[in-house]
Design a protein around this ligand. Structure first.
Ligand code: AMP
Length: 249
């Protein structure tokens, strides 16, 4: 079984994002970049499927600048067999990315396609759903367990107030939620080995995909800053302030 995993290079989750002064986006200069955490979970799941003997090959694909090779190498150090970079300098949104991933799906014909449920930079939560629609494949979003048996994927999904289990015919698209697994760290020998794994570089023109955007980001704003709190001397003062200043009790 061939598994395709889409991984995105994003601002590291530990970094406090700074908005550019002209509000045109987040300032990525000299900022630590990493693999999107939900994509790490997707890679880990693919590696576990291979370790169980269910998957035979893991291909990782990323759409982005040359620097995204770093995240593809990380995925290969974690256990992916080969990588594909669809190189683009453009800041693409979900639909063009889904179209590019679809062209890789058409070429590679994977049985299972894993994506993160969302990228932590744009919080879109759209790409997997769009890819499933474009490919005409069934989809399971927010997966917290995946079993592949007899050519079908049984996926437990995190839904409001509980869990839902669904069965999908393969090929299928599955997006990963936080509790699906805990990704491993790459060992040094595996990081060295990953440098020798095949990494193909292509681009939207070569894939014949039109990446014209139908939406435009207008403005990004940082969250409102919280005003400083007040220290109270005792419970009486607290109750007094809640009653007479905040008027909440
Ligand atoms: P999003 O819909 O942008 O929140 O992203 C959801 C998931 O789609 C991510 O976790 C990735 O698996 C995949 N994805 C989004 N953007 C890219 C990209 N540029 N390259 C590869 N995969 C991507």
């Amino acid at each position: 079984m061939k598994v395709l995993v889409a991984v995105k290079r994003v601002i590291d989750y530990n970094v406090k994002a700074r908005v550019k002064p002209d509000k045109s986006g987040v300032d990525l200069n000299n900022v630590k970049m990493s693999m999107n955490p939900f994509c790490e979970i997707a890679v880990e799941e693919a590696v576990r499927l291979k370790e169980k003997g269910v998957a035979s090959e893991i291909i990782v694909v990323s759409v982005g600048t040359k620097s995204s090779q770093e995240q593809l190498r990380t995925a290969m150090a974690l256990g992916a067999d080969r990588g594909i970079l669809i190189e683009s300098e453009d800041d693409l949104n979900a639909l063009p990315i889904a179209k590019l991933l679809k062209s890789v799906v058409d070429k590679e014909q994977p049985d299972l396609i894993l994506l993160g449920k969302q990228a932590i930079d744009s919080d879109n939560n759209q790409t997997g759903q769009m890819l499933a629609a474009l490919s005409g494949y069934p989809q399971a979003t927010f997966a917290s367990n995946i079993d592949v048996v007899d050519g079908k994927a049984k996926v437990m999904r995190e839904v409001d107030g509980g869990m839902q289990t669904i069965e999908l015919n393969l090929p299928a698209v599955v997006t990963t939620d936080l509790r699906l697994n805990e990704p491993r760290y790459a060992s040094l020998p595996n990081i060295m080995k990953a440098k020798k794994k095949p990494l193909d570089i292509t681009n939207p023109d070569d894939l014949g995909v039109n990446i014209d955007s139908t939406l435009r980001m207008l403005e990004v704003e940082p969250p409102a800053t919280r005003s400083a709190g007040v220290r109270v001397a005792d419970v009486d003062e607290l109750v007094d302030k809640l009653k007479n200043e905040a008027r909440v009790i």
